[in-house]
Design a protein around this ligand. Structure first.
Ligand code: GLA
Length: 385
C-alpha cells in the first residue's frame, strides 16, 4: 500500500513524497448518537482507511489529488483563500482543517502537494470523512511540528465538520481515529473527553462488518434533524432538571421525566439515549470480562433501539441484521450515523466459516449479488508509515 501511494505520487507530481501517512476508518461497537448528547461511545479503528503522501512546496499553494475521485483531477487553492468553496469538493476538508488550525493559533505559510488514496467505502458508515480530516490534520501537525496531541486534533477536526462542512456531528469519529490503539476499543465520555483504552482479546469471537451498499452523505441525511430534535428535547428537560446533556440522565430518570415530554417522537429519542448510554457502560464491562454473550445481547438491543426509538435504521440494514442473526451471529447491529452504511456482527470464531457461508447464500438469494463482508480487528489510529 505504501508503495502504491508513493508510485501514485510520483506519477501525479513527478516528484518524491517526503512522508507517507495512514488514517483508518472506525467502527462503533455501541453508543449510537450518544456523543453529541454528552454520552459514552465504544469505538475502534480498522485496517482499512486512507493513505496520504506529502511534500512541501516553495510557495503558498496547496494541491491535492485523490485517486478515488480522480475525475476531479488536482484541486488547488492558496493559503490565503480558505473559505468554504463548493467547487473544491472533498478538498474543503483540507482547507477547513488549515483554517481551523489557523483559528486555533496554528498558522502555516508554506503549501503542500498531497496525494490520497483509500480503500474505505465512501458512505459505508466507517467514517471516511473523519479519516480524511484527521489525515490532513496529522500531515500538517507533523510537517509543521505543531505537537498537537490526538485530543486537540479531534477537537479541531470536529470544528471543521460542525462549522465549516455543516454536519452537526459529535466527536467520536475524530477522537477514535486520532487516538486508537491496536487490540483495544476506546471508551469515551463525550461530555468530558474522559477516555479509557479497553484491552480486547478477540480470539474466541470476531467482529464482522457487512456493507449495506447504501451510501449516504451525513450532511444530506436526517442526521442534523436528529441533532436538532435532541437539542429541543434538552431544552424541555432543562426546565425540570439541572443538566447540560441528555445522557447525564439514567434509565430511571426516563420514567421520572417522560411525562414532561408531550411529543411522542422526542420521548422515543429520550428513551434511546439514556438506555444507549447505559448499554455502552455495560458493554465496556462485558468486553473487559470477555462476556461476549452479554455483549451480543447489548448489540441486539442497541439495534432494536436505533430502529424503533431513534429511527435511524432502514429496511436493508434491518434485513442484514436479521439475516446475520439467522446465520448464527451472537449480536448484530447497524453502525455509524444511520440510514445506510454497514452492520457490525459479533460471531464466534468456531462458527465463522459457517456464518459467512450461510449469510452469503441467503444474501445472494435475496439480492442476487455477492455481499461485502470484512472480518475486522482493532488497529492503531492515524500514523506515519
Ligand atoms: C456519525 C457522527 C458521530 C456519531 C455517529 C452516531 O458517525 O460523526 O459523531 O454521532 O454518527 O453514533
Amino acid at each position: 500500500m505504501k508503495n502504491k501511494i508513493i508510485e501514485l505520487y510520483q506519477k501525479i507530481y513527478n516528484n518524491q513524497p517526503e512522508k507517507v501517512y495512514f488514517s483508518p476508518g472506525r467502527v462503533n461497537i455501541i453508543g449510537g448518537h450518544t456523543d453529541y448528547n454528552g454520552g459514552a461511545v465504544l469505538p475502534f479503528c480498522i485496517n482499512m482507511g486512507i493513505y496520504g503522501a506529502v511534500s512541501y512546496r516553495n510557495d503558498n499553494l496547496v494541491r491535492i489529488y485523490s485517486e478515488n475521485i480522480s475525475r476531479s483531477g488536482i484541486i488547488s487553492f492558496h493559503l490565503n483563500e480558505l473559505a468554504y468553496d463548493e467547487a473544491r469538493g472533498f478538498a474543503n476538508y483540507t482547507s477547513g482543517v488549515i483554517l481551523k488550525l489557523k483559528e486555533n493559533g496554528y498558522s502555516i505559510n508554506r503549501g503542500f502537494d498531497i496525494v490520497v488514496w483509500g480503500n474505505l467505502p465512501r458512505g459505508g458508515g466507517l467514517s471516511s470523512s473523519a479519516a480524511f480530516s484527521i489525515l490532513m490534520a496529522t500531515i500538517i501537525n507533523d510537517m509543521e511540528g505543531f505537537a498537537l496531541d490526538g485530543i486537540n486534533m479531534a477537537v479541531i477536526c470536529r470544528q471543521v465538520e460542525n462549522d465549516y462542512i455543516g454536519v452537526n456531528c459529535g466527536i467520536m469519529d475524530q477522537f477514535i481515529i486520532a487516538n486508537a490503539m491496536k487490540d483495544h476499543a476506546l471508551y469515551l465520555e463525550a461530555n468530558s473527553l474522559y477516555y479509557e483504552q479497553v484491552p480486547c482479546i478477540m480470539d474466541e469471537y470476531k467482529f464482522v462488518l457487512i456493507n449495506s451498499n447504501i451510501t449516504r452523505k451525513l450532511v444530506e441525511s436526517n442526521y442534523n434533524q436528529r441533532q436538532k430534535e435532541t437539542q429541543d428535547l434538552l431544552q424541555i428537560l432543562k426546565e425540570h432538571v439541572d443538566i447540560e446533556y441528555i445522557c447525564e440522565l439514567s434509565p430511571d430518570d426516563y420514567s421520572k421525566y417522560e411525562n414532561k415530554i408531550s411529543s411522542d417522537v422526542l420521548k422515543k429519542r429520550f428513551k434511546h439515549l439514556v438506555n444507549e448510554h447505559h448499554r455502552v457502560k455495560l458493554s465496556k464491562t462485558a468486553l473487559l470480562q470477555r462476556d461476549f454473550k452479554m455483549l451480543g445481547r447489548l448489540l441486539n438491543e442497541a439495534h432494536q433501539s436505533a430502529k424503533d426509538l431513534y429511527e435511524i435504521s432502514g429496511d436493508v440494514l434491518d434485513q442484514l441484521v436479521l439475516l446475520a442473526r439467522q446465520s448464527g451471529s451472537t449480536g448484530s447491529k447497524m453502525i455509524g450515523g444511520g440510514f445506510g452504511g454497514s452492520t457490525l456482527n459479533l460471531v464466534k470464531s468456531d462458527n465463522l466459516d459457517l456464518f459467512i457461508e450461510t449469510f452469503t447464500s441467503e444474501y445472494k438469494r435475496i439480492y442476487n449479488r455477492e455481499p461485502i463482508i470484512h472480518i475486522v480487528a482493532m488497529e492503531d489510529g492515524v500514523r506515519e508509515i
